[in-house]
Design a protein around this ligand. Structure first.
Ligand code: E4P
Length: 214
C-alpha cells in the first residue's frame, strides 16, 4: 500500500516527502503544461527529491515515438522513473514491449476489460480515475472494484493505483473498493489524517491537561 503525490510542483513534492509516509510522485501531461520547465527538467528535479517511484506519462504521437520518449525518460533515473501509458490496444502492445526493461503503469483505465488486457500485457500498475469516472459514468469506486476483481482473478501481479481523487472520503472509498495505492493532490493528501472531531478531542485533552497541572 502506498500513498503518492499527484503533482509537478517542486514545493509540493518537498512538502509531501517531508511527511515521511509518501511513497513517490505521479505526474501527467496536464500538470506538466502548467509549469514553465521542460518535462525532462521536472522529472530530473522530482527524482532528486522523491524517495520512490516517479511516474512520467508518454505523450508522443506514434508508438515508436512513445517508446523512444519512454526509454529516454526512464534513462533519467532507471531506479525511479516508471512510465504511465494511456489505455489503448496499441499502447498495450507498447507495455508488452517495454516490460522486460521498464515498469509501466497503464493509465486512464475505465473498464475491467482494459484492466484485463493491461495485466496480460504486463502492466505493473493500473490507474483508474475515480472522481472522473464518478462524474462521467456514475460510480468511480465500482470501477475500482471491477478492476480489483480482475486483478484478483488473475492473481496479480498488477496493482491498482487510484487517481483523480478529490476528497478524503473518496480516497477511503477507493481503498475499500480494492485500490492498493492512491495518488493525491497535496491538499487532499494533507487532509487525510485530519477530522474535526479529532481536533475537538485534542482541544479538550489540552484543556484538561492544562487544568490538571494548575
Ligand atoms: C491522472 O493521471 C491524473 O493525475 C489525475 O489524477 C486525473 O485527475 P482528473 O480527473 O482530475 O484530471
Amino acid at each position: 500500500m502506498g500513498i503518492f503525490l499527484d503533482s509537478v510542483n517542486i514545493d509540493d513534492v518537498r512538502k509531501a516527502m517531508e511527511l515521511g509516509f509518501v511513497s513517490g510522485v505521479t505526474t501527467n501531461p496536464s500538470l506538466m503544461a502548467k509549469v514553465s520547465e521542460s518535462p525532462r527538467k521536472v522529472i530530473e528535479q522530482i527524482c532528486g527529491i522523491s524517495v520512490g517511484p516517479v511516474f512520467y506519462q508518454v505523450t508522443a504521437d506514434t508508438p515508436e515515438e512513445r517508446e523512444k520518449e519512454g526509454r529516454e525518460f526512464h534513462a533519467i533515473n532507471p531506479d525511479k522513473v516508471m512510465l504511465k501509458i494511456p489505455a489503448t490496444t496499441e499502447n498495450m502492445a507498447l507495455v508488452a514491449k517495454l516490460k522486460p526493461d521498464i515498469r509501466c503503469a497503464v493509465t486512464a483505465v475505465f473498464s475491467g476489460h482494459q484492466a484485463y488486457v493491461a495485466c496480460e500485457a504486463g502492466a505493473r500498475y493500473l490507474i483508474p480515475y475515480v472522481n472522473r469516472a464518478t462524474r462521467l459514468m456514475g460510480d468511480g469506486c465500482s470501477l475500482v472494484a471491477e478492476i480489483a476483481s480482475v486483478v484478483e482473478t488473475l492473481e496479480g501481479p498488477a496493482e491498482i493505483l487510484a487517481a483523480s481523487i478529490k476528497s478524503p472520503s473518496e480516497a477511503m472509498n477507493a481503498v475499500l473498493a480494492g485500490a492498493h495505492h492512491l495518488t493525491l493532490p497535496l491538499d487532499v493528501l494533507l487532509s487525510l489524517g485530519n477530522h474535526p472531531l479529532s481536533d475537538q478531542a485534542i482541544a479538550e485533552f489540552n484543556q484538561n491537561s492544562g487544568r490538571s497541572h494548575q
